[in-house]
Design a protein around this ligand. Structure first.
Ligand code: MN
Length: 247
């Protein structure tokens, strides 16, 4: 079994190393990850500049691009095999609610799903530098085993969020839906030493709605959250409504 590991925190991130280590239990692991942190890169593909690959050591490749570039290049150009599974993580910080649209972690799993390869995104719900990454990687391994054994539905990936605690303190995994945050985004404007204005986005603590059944609710109560995400973004209910509009 061949497993591609990636994430947007960069090739040197503790979570990536922990995940690569854990996934070795299942087969041959190759890591293809950005050469630096590219969090919140979303599902962006580099089309207007060249990309370079650096082999850091056996099975570890850094790409000077986005997480999506890594999966795309890994599968199309670099690896001598088509991976049986792509696991993105363990991300430093949760990927909950609508934030998954910004997420490079989830985007890497989306890219694999688009290519017809089963994929899992795994994030550790912490702001601490020294979080329980090895524990979260063990959770990822358990989920990966199920994915390989049972198979995922078409065009579906799993978004897994793990509470930052030892395995024995984690509550049972819950299958959840994507939650929502109340949008209280903030942009701070300041002045640089040369007198020019600059801005900083999203400096506030996330303000998530704690609704039952959501990924947010599960993480807030120390559960592992597993949300199946579907790549067909069509709102089928709305199709009926909008087809009655006068275009
Ligand atoms: Mn990240």
């Amino acid at each position: 079994m061949h497993i591609l590991v990636t994430n947007d925190d960069g090739i040197h991130a503790a979570g990536v190393l922990a995940l690569a280590e854990a996934m070795r239990e299942m087969g041959e692991v190759v890591v293809v990850a950005p050469d630096r942190e590219r969090s919140a890169a979303g599902h962006s593909l580099t089309l207007h500049s060249p990309l370079r690959i650096f082999e850091l050591r056996d099975g570890f490749f850094a790409v000077d691009g986005t997480p999506t570039d890594c999966v795309n290049m890994g599968i199309h150009n670099m690896l001598p095999f088509k991976p049986d599974l792509v696991v993105s993580g363990v991300n430093h910080g949760a990927n909950l609610g609508g934030d998954i649209t910004y997420s490079g972690t989830v985007a890497a799993a989306i890219e694999a799903t688009l290519m017809g390869i089963p994929a899992i995104a795994v994030s550790l719900a912490t702001y601490e530098r020294l979080g329980h990454f090895a524990e979260a990687a063990q959770v990822a391994l358990r989920v990966a085993r199920q994915v390989v054994e049972k198979g995922l539905p078409a065009d579906t990936l799993l978004n897994v969020n793990v509470p930052d605690c030892p395995l024995e303190e984690m509550n049972a995994p819950l299958i959840t839906r994507q939650g929502k945050r109340s949008f209280v985004g903030k942009v701070i404007g300041k002045t640089d030493p040369r007198g020019r204005k600059y801005f900083w986005i999203g400096s506030d603590e996330p303000d998530f709605n704690d609704y039952e059944g959501t990924d947010i609710h599960a993480i807030n109560r120390g559960h592992v959250s597993i949300t199946p995400l579907h790549l067909d973004l069509t709102n089928y209910e709305s199709m009926k409504i909008i087809s009655g509009w006068d275009f």
